[in-house]
Design a protein around this ligand. Structure first.
Ligand SMILES: NC(=O)CC[C@H](N)C(=O)O
Length: 309
């Protein structure tokens, strides 16, 4: 057994035993049904060695973790023009906050808060039909995960479509400022559906590998993005990937990471590994409670924080 596999199994064991699990998201009714006792962890190093434990094969709703991949696609389409529509500063406010948008004239602070991700999705749509844009996003996820078995959980998408009034407010607000180009319902439809992509920890860690290896696809060796872009996406993940918990995540874990309200976190140890953890219970900022604790244990034991041991 490798050191990494031993550490991953130890952590899964420790997390299973903990009574503090956080609370599942309830504002998307379908997510409220998920069993909070689950825990999965998968680490894939740059040579392709997989260390995994717990519920690492159970698919979960990746939610905002999808925003890393839509950002990658949108940068591929629009290049640096994307940064006219969305900033890259931490927001210091909740993921679904509205107040900042008014002060900043409809330009969201960063691509990972909901408003920013909706603006990113709008860039991917750029005049196409929602079905085509969604197809492109799902194909990209399958290509990166090297697995055709990645799909959209329609029940989760429909659940959020029915209840996503706050996101509708954010989108309409940006539309009023001319930040969104497509019909609001098109952009929101694609956004809700890409948030509803279901993947397991192994698939998600695989999909993130290009960010750990200078933009290269792990299987084909092709360039997914140039090294400079991979570095920059990691930087935005570090500063903005956990909303108003981003400082705490950097302090404790020390890796670029992106969380979702399904309880997943994708974390990148540049040059070393891609890591996916899933524990559905959330903390007050909407980030996976045990996911963060597990990653803190992992980076400490393996000495993987980008800030040193
Ligand atoms: N933080 C999240 O994962 C939020 C994503 C969710 N789909 C929403 O828009 O509210």
């Amino acid at each position: 057994m490798t050191d990494i596999q031993r550490v991953v199994e130890e952590i899964a064991e420790e997390m299973r035993a903990r009574p503090d699990r956080g609370e599942v998201a309830t504002y998307i009714p379908e997510l409220a049904r998920v069993d909070v006792r689950q825990f999965g962890l998968a680490v894939i190093d740059t040579e392709g060695n997989v260390a995994a434990a717990g519920d690492c094969d159970v698919p979960f709703s990746i939610q905002s973790v999808s925003k890393v991949f839509t950002l990658t696609l949108a940068l591929g389409k629009a290049g640096d023009r994307l940064w006219k529509k969305v900033g890259r500063e931490p927001s210091g406010s909740a993921f679904n906050s509205i107040v900042q948008l008014e002060y900043e004239k409809g330009i969201p602070r960063n691509p990972f808060i909901n408003a920013g991700a909706i603006a990113v999705t709008d860039t991917i749509l750029s005049g196409h039909q929602p079905r085509e844009a969604l197809g492109e996003i799902v194909r990209f996820m399958r290509f990166l995960a090297d697995d055709q078995n990645v799909h959209i959980d329609e029940a989760v998408a429909a659940s959020e479509q029915r209840t996503g009034f706050r996101n509708a407010a954010l989108a309409n607000y940006m539309k009023a400022y001319g930040v969104l180009e497509n019909p609001v319902d098109f952009t929101l439809g694609v956004y809700f559906h890409h948030c509803a992509i279901a993947m397991n920890c192994r698939q998600l860690a695989m999909a993130g590998r290009f960010l750990a290896q200078r933009g290269k696809h792990p299987v084909t060796g092709l360039s997914v993005v140039p090294p400079e872009r991979a570095r920059r996406i990691n930087a935005v993940m570090l500063t903005c990937g956990h909303y108003d918990g981003s400082g705490e995540f950097a302090y404790r874990v020390g890796l670029p990471g992106k969380s979702g309200v399904g309880g997943g976190i994708l974390a990148i140890a540049p040059g070393k590994a891609s890591i996916a953890v899933w524990a559905p219970g959330l903390d007050a900022a909407g980030n996976s409670h045990l996911g963060r604790i597990a990653l803190e244990a992992l980076t400490r034991r393996l000495g993987w924080s980008i800030f040193g041991a």
